[in-house]
Design a protein around this ligand. Structure first.
Ligand code: NAD
Length: 371
């Protein structure tokens, strides 16, 4: 049994507790929260991580606190020699995250498993698309269209002082809600190299960050993507990614494989390609599309299932010493990508992700125009 302490007993801390309770290889033995009233059912709750470490034998520390606090806590856990799971995003500050990546590499060398939650990488639909793209079945990747068209009401932003702040949320619709989709784009298409974006605050008040942002992105391979993230699309639609290549395309909608076609099926003789249909001509992916993810709105059970899938990966990495499915390097790249979008929107310029990674824009003020 891997003995777990969960830090942060809020919305996502409770999902982790449920996902771990269902998992035969983990046991939650302690909760940590800075607010005494916040705890997890049936668990002793400690005010700080050192208090929990003194009181209990702990193998794995899971960090579920506001985004801007992730790495201070992760450093404490790494220094104590523990394995660490960090909720997304890795942090809100690229320089701090880059420094942590160095520390994490050393700790991994000493046998510590350190990973970041990006549960959608473990959805059967995303895994099928990644396999197809990386295995060359879509030919040369050419483009993608990604959108997270969600709705969050004002009460959501008012529900915690940290929400909608640059310091602790690190951004709005893209950093908080859309970072999963940004991460999947990087996973499917590789390194984003340049970004041009616009961001606005259109449907909320008392927040510093954007609720709507759109960007065009060029990847190292030359592939081009369009990305939209918004929490101002009432009543809340889906998170959707289309990936296209010279020999195949796929659409994932709300974690479900809605369309998949790779060349060399019986229908491919048509010169204009195959249009319409759903998951055509590829039986294995048709099964992924139909069987694994129910259609409809996502709820707490979907969260638990997604996290539970990533905990399978965590268990494997801890017990075998294998690299986890999501590395600190992966999460750092996604963070730099999101920051590049914000810098571009603030300066009205095309921004190189490499410059963001090197700390060039660390002190730029990321003001968002409200309209
Ligand atoms: N993977 C996902 O799909 C997903 C979904 C929701 C949230 N998240 C991420 O999880 C994190 C938390 O989000 P949330 O919605 O659960 O927030 P929340 O406000 O509901 O909960 C945060 C909890 O952390 C506690 N806390 C704050 N600072 C602390 C500290 N220094 N030490 C100990 N406890 C502290 C708070 O008291 C609170 O109970 C964020 O980084 C968010 O981006 C991820």
């Amino acid at each position: 049994m891997i003995r777990v302490a969960i830090i942060g007993c809020g919305v996502i801390g409770r999902i982790h507790a449920r996902a771990i309770a269902e998992h035969p290889e983990f046991e939650v033995v302690a909760a940590v929260d800075a607010v005494p009233a916040n705890s997890l059912p049936g668990l002793e709750t400690y005010p700080t991580l050192p208090d929990a470490l003194r009181a209990r034998e702990i193998d794995l520390v899971v960090i579920c606190t506001p985004s801007g606090t992730h790495l201070d806590l992760a450093r404490q856990a790494v220094a104590a020699g523990k394995h660490v799971v960090i909720e997304k995003p890795l942090d809100v500050d690229v320089a701090r995250a880059a420094e942590f990546a160095g520390l994490a590499a050393q700790a991994a060398g000493a046998g510590q498993m350190i990973t970041v939650i990006s549960q959608h990488r473990f959805d059967p639909a995303s895994a099928a698309v990644a396999r197809a793209v990386h295995g060359g079945r879509f030919g040369k990747p050419t483009s993608a269209v990604a959108s997270v068209a969600w709705w969050r009401d004002q009460d959501y932003y008012d529900s915690g002082d940290w929400r909608g702040t640059w310091q602790l949320d690190g951004g709005g619709a893209l950093m908080n809600q859309g970072v999963h989709t940004a991460d999947l784009l990087c996973w499917f298409l590789g390194r984003p190299v340049e970004v041009q974006a616009s961001a606005r605050l259109l449907a909320h008040e008392r927040v510093e960050v954007e609720d709507t942002v759109a960007a065009t992105v060029v990847f190292e391979s030359g592939a081009i993507a369009v990305l939209l993230a918004t929490t101002a699309a009432y009543p809340g639609l889906t998170a959707r990614i289309q990936v296209h290549g010279t020999e195949g395309s796929a659409i994932i909608d709300n974690d479900r494989l809605e369309y998949f076609h790779a060349k060399h099926s019986a229908e491919d003789h048509r010169p204009g390609g195959v249009t319409g249909g759903a998951v055509t001509g590829n039986q294995a992916e048709a099964e992924v599309g139909l069987a694994h993810t129910p259609a409809g709105p996502r709820g707490d059970d979907d969260f638990v299932l997604g996290h539970r899938r990533q905990y399978d990966d965590v268990a494997h990495a801890v017990s075998t010493g294998a690299r986890p499915g999501v590395t600190i390097g992966d999460a750092l790249l996604s963070l730099a990508f999101v920051r590049a979008v914000y810098v571009s929107a603030a300066l009205g310029e095309r921004i190189l992700v490499a410059d963001v990674l090197e700390g060039k824009y660390r002190d730029v003020r990321l003001d968002v125009r409200a309209e």
